[in-house]
Design a protein around this ligand. Structure first.
Ligand code: RUB
Length: 318
């Protein structure tokens, strides 16, 4: 049975009350911990099945989020290994060790964020004009770090239709004393003429180093290239999608059409893809917790540093 608190978190992820890949992944891990605590299972196999059920339910909340999937998959794999290798462990202790392990993921995420902020802040030059898109908590950390080092710079946050996540970015930057200007998405080209740098977040990174991020990111990257402006994406390695190593394509989430136009006239068709893919050749680098990596080598570093898990469906405990 899915715990009520897990359902609540999934609802918030679906309606974007919780948004951005890192926040989603963090909440997903918290949901696994809630499920664990709420479980009334008396057998370890029963607990494991409940966790797998919850994992699938949580993962389905946003389809284009490998960071959430990778972390949940690690938690499930860890649980499986504990049950298999420590048959003497009581169910009470099992719950404790899984919870402890899951909590370390959240701590690791915090640590990665600090490292990314440090690496990212180094590419921000004093007096520069920076463009960002959508709302990336990782990009915000980089900008805050650069500011704390005494650098002065201007940020242009693009609105990001249809859900205006750019406003969240602008608000957070202003609250942190950063010089920020909000502009409509259509101002991209005009702003690029005087920009020095673009930094965006990442939802997914493919085996070929392509970036999947908020719809419109690829337009920004193309325009940046046209004006010879450097384009970086800030991303933990956990944003890497191992599925793409095996020829799968990351699914692009299609969101509710009412987000674009609540009551459109009859015969007007609407589409609402949440993300798009930016080819690796438009990206100067990924700012990761292991330094700034060329897009083409991200898969190899991610595969070395993380365990590449495809699914937990084949692991059944009777
Ligand atoms: C958010 C978005 C962000 C990435 C990275 O889209 O595209 O750029 O998720 O964010 P949505 P972070 O609002 O649809 O979730 O750096 O915080 O992981």
């Amino acid at each position: 049975m899915i715990a009520p608190k897990v359902k609540e978190i999934v609802k918030k992820i679906k309606n974007l009350e919780i948004q951005g890949a890192r926040n989603i992944a963090k909440s997903a891990i918290e949901a696994i911990i809630y499920q664990l605590k709420a479980s009334k299972a008396t057998k370890k196999s029963e607990l494991y099945r409940e966790l797998v059920e919850a994992a699938k339910f949580i993962s389905s909340s946003r389809p284009t989020e490998p960071m959430m999937r990778n972390l949940i998959s690690d938690a499930i794999r860890f649980s499986f290994m504990q049950i298999k290798t420590k048959p003497e462990m009581s169910i009470k202790d099992l719950k404790k060790v899984i919870e402890k392990e899951a909590s370390t993921y959240v701590k690791k995420m915090e640590n990665s964020k600090k490292l990314i902020a440090e690496y990212g802040s180094k590419i921000i030059k004093d007096g520069s004009d920076i463009i960002t898109y959508c709302h990336s908590s990782t990009v915000i950390e980089i900008l805050k770090k650069a500011k704390s080092k005494g650098k002065e710079f201007k940020v242009y946050a693009l609105e990001t239709r249809p859900r205006f996540q750019g406003r969240i970015t602008a608000k957070e930057l202003a609250e942190n004393g950063i010089n920020v200007t909000l502009a409509v998405d259509g101002a991209m080209n005009m702003l690029m003429k005087k920009a020095d740098l673009c930094i965006v977040g990442a939802d997914a990174i493919t085996a070929t180093g392509d970036l999947i991020n908020k719809i419109g990111t690829s337009t920004l990257a193309h325009i940046a290239r046209m004006h010879d402006v450097s384009f970086y994406s800030a991303a933990e390695l956990y944003k890497f999608s191992p599925l793409t190593l095996f020829g799968y394509r990351e699914e692009i989430e299609e969101r509710d059409l009412s987000e674009v136009w609540e009551n459109p006239p009859k015969k007007v068709k609407i589409i609402n893809p949440a993300f798009d893919a930016t080819a690796a050749r438009y990206i100067n680098g990924y700012i990761t917790e292991f330094g700034i990596l060329p897009p083409q080598s991200l898969w190899s570093v991610a595969s070395q540093k993380l365990r590449v898990n495809l699914s937990y469906e084949d692991e059944v405990i009777e």
